[in-house]
Design a binder for this molecule. Structure first.
Ligand code: URA
Length: 190
């Protein structure tokens, strides 16, 4: 199975109730050879409208942090979400919805085989790193899980609500840049 085939299947998904209210499945966006993958929580209204991840205000902020460390969704990373369809009213995805959707993310991991996975916010971190993960306490730290490094940073929506956290989130991106230099082959030109 390649990315195009996986995407086609995912776009027709009816594995949970979110398919009834979505406009678009937000499969993810980025380059298929990316060594670094970002995972958010789930699409909001703008993402549901456009079918692309992180395209609203949080996405614009995320793009600025990415740009600061020479990352770009069109050049060297892949961005996805825990759930591919918008939870109504932007509520948290239910455990059932996350569980129903997780095989899509797993299939994306299998195809991409990222060296580093960056969890954006608590929902992704608790799903992918550990169930009791505290983003406030443990953001910016790298955890080796079977050869893949996982790190969590604050969700850009949280930074918009709480701009005082921006310097510590920026510190996470600087740590990410250093880690990429250490472990990735082609994310940055050598
Ligand atoms: N928030 C997320 O977690 N994901 C998106 O794609 C957009 C906003």
């Amino acid at each position: 199975m390649d990315f195009a085939a996986l995407k086609e299947e995912c776009l027709a998904c009816r594995r949970c109730g979110l398919c009834e209210t979505r406009r678009h499945v937000v499969f993810g966006q980025g380059v298929e050879t990316a060594e670094v993958m970002f995972v958010g929580e789930g699409p909001g209204a703008n993402e549901d409208e456009q079918g692309l991840p992180f395209v609203g205000r949080s996405g614009q902020l995320l793009d600025r942090y990415l740009e600061a460390i020479d990352l770009d969704r069109n050049k060297n990373i892949f961005i996805a979400n825990i759930v591919k369809c918008r939870p109504p009213e932007n509520r948290d995805p239910t455990p059932e919805e996350s569980a129903a959707c997780l095989p899509w993310l797993r299939a994306q991991f299998v195809l991409l085989r990222p060296r580093i996975v960056v969890c954006l916010g608590r929902i992704a971190a608790q799903q992918l790193i550990s169930r009791d993960f505290s983003v406030t306490k443990d953001h910016g730290k790298f955890f080796d899980k079977q050869g893949t490094l996982f790190m969590a940073t604050l969700h850009p929506a949280a930074l918009l609500r709480n701009p005082g956290s921006k310097p510590s989130a920026f510190g996470d991106f600087v740590a990410l840049r250093d880690k990429i230099n250490e472990v990735c082959d082609h994310t940055y030109p050598k």
